[in-house]
Design a protein around this ligand. Structure first.
Ligand code: ARG
Length: 575
């Protein structure tokens, strides 16, 4: 068992002995924010003291008197307003590392109560190229899905593609009138985009085209054979492009149920909400009003327009109901940009009224924009939105230059493969590292730098550790190892203590939907490793020390690899 869990298990009965009515589930042990004061701390006693009007330091002293942790910790200290600070003994740290080396764990535990979690992410729109705005949803969503899966939850990923809506009226007009079959063969999305742009520009000053588009849309909605066939073809062509990008990014979905999948449910949904008084008519339209919710009282959610059409909100309500019936999830997570915050507040609030019995947690995990180096929304030189495929091509091309500079002697195919892993990894990491809610500036030079908090730096750190094993003629220790670890040098201990916190960081990242915690943890880990490696000879150390230090190297490489993997970033044995 990991040391912080062991501490919790002993702390909780000690608290119960002093305060028999306390909720000991809240008595948790977390990393000490400043390692100067210890490895772990608990702040729970202050929270327990307050409502009971107890002196928190006295409570801490009373609990401490009943706490037996001498085998794990140095002297436990009561600090500040009444925290307890714990410093692990070197032997306890070494014991945990030995358990990891023998394959018992990799410093994290699977969830005790696995949950079923639906992750709705990526969700691009048909007949439009995926652009950088979709990149954040795809990368963040994928890493959250991987993280929850690693922690033992049952994860269901669903790509809610935009395959329905008014744009299809214009696309149908363009397809029937102006389609260039050769262009469609070479680059379907570009051709669909051309048609859409042309017709939508025409609609602005030609009422006849606008009317034609409306007619085509009505026919499509009414189930016209020909329009349905063309619409299906547009979806299939778009899906080919989406799939090519997902393959490059290593992203998979369990389901791709687009918006259109829910069309048959929309009418009944609106009828039911009206019948139950959850929605009502207003100026010919139908909407859910939230008079009792201060933040939503002025923004009713429209669910049927006055022309009878349904909208994004109607579809999202139907989608949630479907997910509830089909998967009975404990939680549904939506990953989109911050501009959709109001939309999801409305959807969640309306859904709670419609299904007050549904216990599931609903979370909108939103993110900021990607900016160019001029601080404005990220665009190409000619002012177009950047297409995701072009961006990934450029990442690989630039990474190829970096790799060639660093390792000119490797054969080209190998340099290309390294460049693929480094280029895609760099783009993903740059996207995951900032606090997701802030905008970030897209900078090739920064994300591809071999030093600093970047993917290439961490990928090289990983490969460097593997090269120690090659140099030493050792196979990296994939087999469980039973050797004892001896941790004596301060750099060795600091590295080992940092390894112990991997699971706490994974848990925090999952609880708050913030993969950036993992990025920063891995960056610090690589720093601890560098200090260790500079100060503690490994291959030149004598037998027992050598074995022990090689184990430390191997555990570091495994945590780095696992950490990057959960971010969706590949590593290589050799770079
Ligand atoms: N297609 C939408 C867009 O590109 C995102 C959909 C997000 N998911 C959802 N269930 N609303 O903005």
């Amino acid at each position: 068992m990991l040391p912080h869990k062991q501490l919790e298990q002993r702390l909780q009965p000690a608290v119960r002995a002093v305060l028999p009515d306390a909720d000991i589930g809240s008595v948790l042990v977390r990393p000490c924010p400043d390692p100067k004061f210890g490895d772990y701390q608990t702040t729970a006693l202050m929270a327990l003291a307050k409502p009971r009007k107890l002196n928190p330091r006295q409570l801490a002293a009373d609990v401490l008197a009943r706490l037996e942790v001498g085998d794990l910790c140095e002297k436990v200290e009561i600090a500040g307003a009444g925290f307890l600070n714990f410093r692990l003994k070197a032997a306890a740290v070494a014991k945990t590392l030995s358990a990891a080396a023998s394959g018992e764990h990799l410093f994290f535990d699977k969830a005790i109560r696995p949950r079923t979690v639906v992750v709705d992410f990526s969700s691009p729109n048909v007949a439009k190229p995926m652009h950088v705005g979709h990149i954040r949803s795809t990368i963040l969503g994928d890493s959250l899905a991987r993280l929850l899966g690693l922690l033992g939850h049952r994860v269901i990923t669903d790509n809610h593609i935009g395959d329905w809506g008014t744009q299809f009226g214009m696309l149908l007009v363009g397809w029937k009138r102006d389609l260039d079959p050769t262009a469609l063969k070479t680059d379907a999305i570009a051709e669909l985009e051309r048609l859409y742009k042309r017709v939508s520009a025409e609609c602005k000053d030609n009422p006849a085209t606008l009317e034609a588009a409306r007619q085509e849309l009505v026919k499509l909605q009414a189930g016209d054979e020909e329009n349905l066939r063309i619409w299906r073809e547009m979806i299939a062509l778009s899906q080919v492009q989406f799939d090519a990008i997902y393959a490059r990014l290593g992203v998979k979905f369990d389901h791709t149920l687009g918006e259109s999948f829910y069309n048959p449910r929309l009418k009944a949904l609106v009828d039911e909400l009206i019948a139950r008084g959850i929605a009502r008519e207003s100026e010919g339209a139908k909407a859910v009003f939230f008079e009792d919710l201060p933040q939503l009282k002025d923004t009713p959610a429209l669910i049927q327009k006055s022309d009878g059409g349904f909208n994004y909100t109607t579809t999202d309500l139907a989608t949630l109901a479907y997910r509830l019936e089909t998967w009975r999830p404990d939680e549904v997570i939506y990953v989109t940009d911050g501009r959709q915050q109001l939309h999801f507040q409305q959807v969640f609030a309306a859904f709670r009224r419609w299904h007050p019995e549904a216990p599931m947690k609903l979370a909108h995990v939103w993110f900021g924009s990607i900016l160019g180096e001029d601080g404005k929304p990220f665009k190409t030189r000619s002012g177009e939105t950047v297409k995701l495929a072009d961006l990934l091509d450029e990442a690989e091309e630039r990474a190829f230059k970096v790799v060639t500079e660093k390792s000119p002697d490797l054969p080209e195919p190998q340099r290309r493969e390294i460049a693929r892993v480094v280029g895609i990894g760099a783009v993903k990491y740059a996207d995951l590292l900032p606090n997701r809610q802030s905008d970030y500036v897209f900078s090739w030079d920064k994300m591809l730098a071999l030093s600093g908090n970047t993917a290439p730096y961490l990928q090289y750190a990983c490969a460097r550790i593997r090269s120690i094993f090659r140099k030493g003629g050792e196979t990296s220790n994939r087999e469980p190892q039973t050797a004892n670890l001896e941790l004596a040098a301060p750099e060795e201990l600091a590295l080992a203590r940092h390894l112990l916190n991997f699971g706490l960081v994974l848990d925090a990242a999952a609880d708050e939907y913030r993969p950036n915690y993992i990025c920063n943890y891995l960056y610090d880990l690589a720093g601890h490793f560098t200090r260790f490696y500079e100060n503690c000879p490994v291959l030149k150390a004598d037998a027992a020390e050598r074995t022990s230090r090689l184990l430390l190297c191997d555990l570091t490489a495994r945590v780095l690899k696992q950490g990057l993997e959960v971010l969706g970033i590949e590593t290589l044995e050799q770079m």
